[in-house]
Design a protein around this ligand. Structure first.
Ligand code: FRU
Length: 481
């Protein structure tokens, strides 16, 4: 169906999400903090808005919210295109580029195969040179998929070395090295998942379990098919890591985000606060190259601080937008003890397209069956966020969100289980030009989705069905970095 604007009305630029200056963007790459700056490189085709010869685009930020574009960091060379990878600060100069050099470890991809290579910068990432010794880790014979190295420094007691996790088809390989140049295979893992999917873009990092101080390790993975709302998604396992071997608690792959558009997530190395922050490409390989475009295509999620929370099933990942986003908020509306359905909708007449809205819902199962929040409302368009009080599920329904005709799989809905905590569910929604990101109960669940409403679709509505619902609090802010 073609909507009133035609199928390909292009989106405006997001206000508080990262997009490329022009051309195509996919995975985040080379995430590292150095000298007060967070580096964000990304899979980039500068000359076209579809995937092609891969470069590393580059930007820096001091707060993970406002980004400054820098020149392309890495471009295809005689060894191939520049696929995904990571970056470290080589504080001790182990690779021979000098103390404190930034070293990028990435995949060179060509008709001959996929191999890991190095590039370095001694001027705070302003210029990069590839290493004459590339590649430093060629693929084993007969291994066509061998890519996306995530490198970090592992230290315990007096021991310390570099660790690389990379994806090789359905295997995740751990290599170790003293100098980023000589790599030894330490272990391999074959995570199980129902569908015949293979892996990409692994990450491996420690987190403390809330309220216990216990340290556990999380292995995250881009899963190429069979994600909860279809297509590609980000899975993870919780376990232990001894510097060489990751041992998962169980072999069931969990989902980091239940929305359709959360892929290739990567975390920053060397964040000074010790916090773990990641970002993902907000898209799905099912339709990434078809979404409306005006010369740029591809958007990142907001940067999110990670945690682990205890549950009956074991520790589970939590993610919330970084606190720096709070500084970009201007209050628009707040209320408490709002009873729905009521005399009038509290959100009636409020218009805002770039927002941060939080509802604290009192959950009384004898009352309403579900609560619907409509955002980006206008004409017959709306993006619905629904909490089903009986089933304890939170969902995004984008079937009427706007332009969708570019792909039949786009107008889907997605749901995550969200149990009330102390009889309450808190739902936080970040809405920008072409996306919604929903976080429940301090990030125990998140759902990220691309949406393409027409310009000026910026209204709201609240609906309760099957009885009354009490909103203990409602808070709306306009977001402008
Ligand atoms: C994941 C991915 C990576 C690869 C890159 C190529 O989205 O397929 O495995 O390195 O994108 O752009």
């Amino acid at each position: 169906m073609i909507d009133e604007r035609g199928a390909h009305e292009p989106p405006g630029r997001p206000r508080f999400h990262f997009t490329p200056p022009a051309g195509w963007l996919n995975d985040p790459n080379g995430l590292v903090f150095d000298g007060g700056e967070y580096h964000l490189c990304y899979q980039h085709h500068p000359d076209d808005d579809v995937w092609g010869p891969m470069h590393w685009g580059h930007a820096v930020s001091r707060d993970l919210v406002r980004w400054e574009h820098l020149p392309v960091a890495l471009a295809p060379d005689e060894l191939g295109w520049i696929y995904s990878g990571s970056a470290v600060v080589d504080h001790d100069g182990t690779a021979g580029f000098g103390r404190g050099a930034l070293v990028a470890v990435f995949t060179h991809a060509s008709a001959e195969g996929q191999a890991q290579s190095l590039a370095f910068s001694c001027d705070r990432g302003r210029t990069w040179r590839t290493d004459p010794g590339n590649p430093v880790l060629p693929p084993p014979a007969g291994e066509p998929d061998f890519r996306d190295p995530k490198v970090f420094r592992w230290s315990q007691g007096g021991a310390s070395h570099w660790v690389m996790v990379l994806a090789a088809g359905r295997r995740v390989l751990v290599h170790t090295s003293p100098d980023l140049r000589h790599w030894t295979l330490s272990s391999e893992l074959v995570p199980r998942i129902a569908e015949e999917a293979s892996w990409e873009t692994p990450d491996l990092f420690p987190l403390r379990v809330d309220g216990t101080g216990d340290e556990r390790w999380v292995l995250s993975l881009g899963v190429m098919a069979g994600a909860p709302s279809g297509g590609t998604g980000t899975g993870y396992l919780v376990g232990d890591f001894d510097g060489h071997v990751f041992t998962p608690d169980g072999d069931e792959v969990l989902w980091a985000d239940h929305g359709p558009d959360f892929y290739a997530a990567q975390s920053w190395n060397d964040v000074p606060s010790g916090e773990r922050v990641w970002i993902a490409w907000m898209s799905n390989w099912r339709y990434a190259d078809r979404v409306p475009s005006t010369g740029w295509r591809g958007v990142m999620t907001v940067s999110r601080r990670l945690g682990l929370t205890r549950t009956a099933g074991g520790p589970r990942l939590t993610q919330v937008p970084v606190a720096a986003l709070d500084a970009c908020r201007a209050p628009r509306l707040s209320g408490h003890d709002v009873v729905l359905p009521g005399a009038g909708d509290v959100l009636d007449g409020v218009r805002c397209r770039h927002f941060d809205l939080t509802l604290r819902i009192r959950v009384d199962r004898s009352a309403a069956s579900h609560l619907e929040l409509h955002t980006m409302v206008g004409g017959d368009e709306r993006t619905a966020i629904v909490y089903d009080l009986a089933a304890s599920t939170l969902s995004i329904d984008r079937s009427r969100a706007g332009t969708a005709a570019f792909h039949r799989e786009h107008p889907t809905s997605a749901a995550a289980p969200v149990e009330p905590r102390d009889g309450r569910v808190t739902v936080r929604v970040l809405g920008d030009e072409c996306s919604v990101e929903v976080f429940a109960n301090d990030g125990v669940a998140s759902l990220s989705a691309l949406v393409y409403p027409a310009p000026r679709r910026d209204g709201f509505a609240l609906r309760a069905a099957g009885g009354t619902v009490v909103l203990e609090t409602i808070e709306l802010f306009e977001l402008s970095p």
